[in-house]
Design a protein around this ligand. Structure first.
Ligand code: SIN
Length: 284
């Protein structure tokens, strides 16, 4: 079957006619890379993909970044377990965010494979940071292009913070709360996307603390405006997982939000994250 691309109205594209477990040939790989660079998000359906296939697939796009906070799959340390048990309250990724903006070289993206789904709920929402930038006024674009922002994970993954304060006692969320060296990197607010060269807005509610050179208080109103602007309904895709679904998102071009609306049910996803690079400011 020939590969075909079905662009989605919000963000992302569904790629049909590929078998991710079958070893992609070079033309399939090129088509996926091109679609991924353009949309920042691709989905696949009805895939029978083993853990080993998942690892091999990720390696076609870059080096694997082993997550330092989440529990690893006991047999495959490259795979982070994004799981929620029936008696857990909090989930992983339950708010709009992009992964790893707290790293000096933020991860390229992640490939998420559905392993066990609740009977209803547990969708993942995505939005486009290309569109978030494109839809700003020229005046605000110009202001933001001169700015950088400070990012951090200390309030999320540090001791007594976020995950640690909620559910680490269950021992289910890997190293949350452990003493892991965490830096607070500074990234441009408008980046030139490393794969597409397009301009993308690069701040997020989970990990951005403030604009560099501004106080948190001064930064809050403009950040709040950008966070609201970025989740304009027209730019959002609400992805409904099914058995065999795979999502591959670019952390520099999208945000995502794992819905936590299936209390009392189990949801198990396997995530592999791929290394990225330092981010460059977009040129005026
Ligand atoms: C995440 O990586 O933030 C979780 C995504 C999901 O479980 O849908």
């Amino acid at each position: 079957m020939a590969i075909s691309i079905n662009e989605l109205p919000g963000v992302g594209a569904e790629i049909l006619g590929v078998d991710l477990a079958g070893g992609l040939d070079s033309s399939e790989l090129e088509a996926i890379k091109k679609t991924f660079a353009h949309h920042g998000l691709v989905f696949f359906r009805d895939q029978a993909i083993s853990e080993t296939d998942h690892i091999e697939l990720a390696k076609r796009f870059g080096d694997i970044n082993v997550n330092r906070f989440f529990a690893s799959n006991p047999d495959y340390p490259e795979i982070a377990m994004v799981s929620k048990e029936p008696d857990q309250i909090a989930n992983i990724g339950g708010g709009w965010h992009t992964d790893h903006s707290y790293d000096q070289e933020p991860a390229l993206g992640s490939i998420l494979v559905a392993r066990e789904l609740p009977p209803a709920g547990g969708d993942t929402w995505f939005t486009s940071m290309y569109k978030a930038y494109d839809n700003l006024s020229d005046g605000l674009k110009e202001t933001l292009e001169g700015l950088s922002a400070v990012h951090s994970a200390k309030h999320v993954f540090g001791p007594q913070a976020g995950y640690a304060a909620t559910e680490s006692a269950s021992g289910r969320i890997g190293n949350a709360g452990a003493t892991i060296e965490l830096e607070d990197p500074i990234h441009p607010v408008v980046i030139s996307h490393p794969l597409s060269g397009r301009k993308a807005l690069y701040v997020n509610a989970a990990f951005t603390l403030r604009f560099d050179g501004w106080t948190a208080e001064e930064s809050a109103p403009l950040l709040a405006y950008l966070y609201e602007h970025a989740i304009d309904d027209a730019n959002v895709t609400r992805f409904k997982w099914e058995k065999g679904s795979v999502a591959f998102w670019d952390n520099r071009a999208t945000w995502h939000f794992a819905q936590n609306d299936y209390q009392g049910q189990r949801r198990v996803m396997h995530r592999i994250t791929i290394d990225g690079c330092a981010l460059q400011a977009a040129k005026h």
